[in-house]
Design a protein around this ligand. Structure first.
Ligand code: GDP
Length: 314
């Protein structure tokens, strides 16, 4: 069994590789919910849905958001009625959000709702929100605090960030099954996700961080940065704002209490010593994941590092 910590763009690519190398039932995914938000009265869980759609084979890989081939008739009809939705939600994607919201309104937990959606979509991996309690990622700027979506919509590069906090994380409990998956997995993988706004909220839950630190030697992380830039998104800007070096060494600093191994890009060998001095093993590996082949290859390297025999299913 493996446990994977995930956001909604980089790690899902790795999951596509993992699910081709081992039985889906043996993969548990613990997902960031710090970006969950209300849109048109619906409880939207962007990262949970991307992970579930990825495992169901229906994710829109152009955006890593929503379902491929989805239509936007409801969005357009709402616009004609004068209602401009904050996020452009597709029709099929909206169905997921409606059903989740109804289940939550009936008193089910986010974990229960996620499990039911997975079952309906034929997803056999265990996909878990990091917590059933609300946690909200807050970006503190020079003016007012904003959510991650607004930060991205307003143009991450142009906004000065003073701090990032995770409202509710102090009281939030890990969702049922999360600590068990972390304790019982042969390997724990922190995928290539934004260390601040995707993995940060998960680590902000004390019991999760404590469990990871305890099992540190089994935790393998993949750098979302190559050289001094993220492959995509605002990870660099956010790391810089929080005082981290924007490099694989900075990623190692963010994760230093919870990982035993960090995979970095072969062109980043110069960072090796400065990462190893933090007590972290460094493995050089191709980390760009443009296609399924590269995703399977990285997944197989990670599984081998974790002691799995990989071969037959490649
Ligand atoms: P979000 O929830 O949409 O922000 O998604 P994630 O946090 O899961 O993913 C965003 C991070 O994934 C960014 O920091 C990217 O640099 C990283 N990323 C995206 N694609 C790749 C890739 O092909 N390789 C690696 N190593 N990182 C990637």
């Amino acid at each position: 069994m493996i446990a994977v910590l995930s956001g909604g763009t980089g790690t899902p690519k790795l999951l596509q590789g993992m699910m081709r190398l081992m039985p889906s039932e043996e993969i548990s995914v613990i997902v960031n919910t710090g970006d969950d938000t209300k849109v048109s009265g619906l409880h939207v869980s962007p990262d949970l849905d991307t992970v579930v759609y990825t495992l169901a084979g229906i994710v829109n890989e152009r955006t890593w958001w929503g379902i491929k081939g989805d239509t936007f008739e409801t969005y357009k009809a709402m616009k004609r009625l004068g209602w401009k939705e904050l996020l452009k939600i597709g029709d099929k994607d909206r169905a997921t959000n409606i059903i989740r919201t109804m289940m939550l309104d009936e008193g089910k937990s986010l974990s229960e709702a996620t499990a039911e959606i997975c079952r309906a979509m034929g997803v056999r991996s265990k996909v878990m929100p990091m917590s059933d309690d609300p946690v909200q990622t807050v970006i503190h700027t020079d003016s007012s605090p904003i959510g991650l979506q607004e930060y991205l919509v307003r143009g991450a590069g142009s906004i000065r960030v003073q701090a990032v906090s995770f409202k509710g994380s102090g009281k939030a409990k890990p969702a049922p099954g999360v600590l068990k998956a972390l304790n019982e997995s042969e390997a724990i993988i922190i995928g290539p996700s934004n260390p601040i706004t995707s993995i940060g909220p998960i680590l902000a839950i004390k019991k999760i961080k404590r469990t990871l630190s305890k099992r540190k030697s089994k935790v393998i992380a993949v750098s979302p940065l190559i050289g001094n830039s993220p492959v995509s998104g605002p990870a660099g800007a956010l790391m810089r704002a929080l005082g981290y070096e924007v490099s694989p060494r900075g990623v190692a600093e963010v994760y230093r209490e919870v990982i035993g191994t960090l995979l970095i890009h072969p062109s980043d060998g110069t960072f090796r010593e400065r990462i190893e001095e933090l007590g972290i093993r460094v493995v050089l590996e191709e980390l760009l994941l443009p296609d399924l082949r590269s995703r399977i290859k990285l997944a197989s390297t990670i599984l081998r590092l974790a002691g799995f025999k990989v071969g037959g299913r490649l």
